[in-house]
Design a protein around this ligand. Sequence first.
Ligand code: HEC
Length: 275
Amino acid sequence: MKTFNPLSLKLLKTLTPLVLVFFVGSISAAEGGPCKDYGDCDEFKYSLNDTESLQRGAAVFLNYCYGCHSLQYSRWGRVAKDLNIPEELFAENLIFDSSIKMGDLMKGSMSKDASAEWFGVAPPDLTLVTRSKGDDWVYTYLRAYYEDSSKQYGVNNLVYPGTAMPNVLIELQGNQKLVCKNTPVIGKNGGEKRDDSGNTITKEKCGYLKVAEGEGSLSKAEFDGLIYDLTNFLVYVGEPAKAERERIGWYVIFFFIIFTTLASLLYREYQKDYH
Ligand code: HEC
């Protein structure tokens, strides 16, 4: 007869809630809507080995965002080194305060109290924002501003309705508006509905973002590219060792495969002595 093992019961008791938390967590994450009125966030795939994208992202950040947002857990020198930017070039072109040293933390240039007074909320530090909100969220948020004259800065945001942050990139993007569009009505079978003479039946739907042709200094594709680089840079800042960690990860898996093969061959060799 099998003896009852109290240890395995204990293990089961500890593991069950963990497993449950894991499943419940993944269900609620799948339940859409983190991007609020925008619907599902647009997908973002970082590419941390693309140094040029990271360099462009850093330049955009320091020119357009650093005036309000700090990156207080990063140091200037580390960013310059990781992004392959020579220190003199970095200091000359991207650091707008000559008293800053390469070893300093990127503490931002605005006092928290003054900015809280101006905006109602202090602009948060952005070092970890892609980890707390998700890179998809940040990528979508920065592209989801639209004109709304009822708001303080004349803009609102689909992803973060009522945000206290103005649309600081409006010059580049152009004035994005919410527009309505005629969209085909989809029938129960998943196809477009047509009337008796074969024309597609359409219905007006609103809530689409659109920039008038030629308004911003960048085209839509160029602007999306700029936000891509910016978000990519913020992913890097959130975990500077991420690219290195993922690179080493492959070696570790490779090692496991080799080791498992060798170990199982050795096991077979030893087995021969028993039979
Ligand atoms: C004029 C000051 C100002 C500038 C410049 C600015 N922001 Fe903001 N930002 C804010 C304020 C204020 C908030 C807080 C909004 C709120 O919570 O309502 C904010 C919030 C954010 C958030 C949301 C953070 C969170 O955790 O909720 C992100 C992401 C962000 N900003 C990114 C950027 C980026 C990227 C740039 C540069 C393109 C930028 N900001 C430039 C003032 C600014």
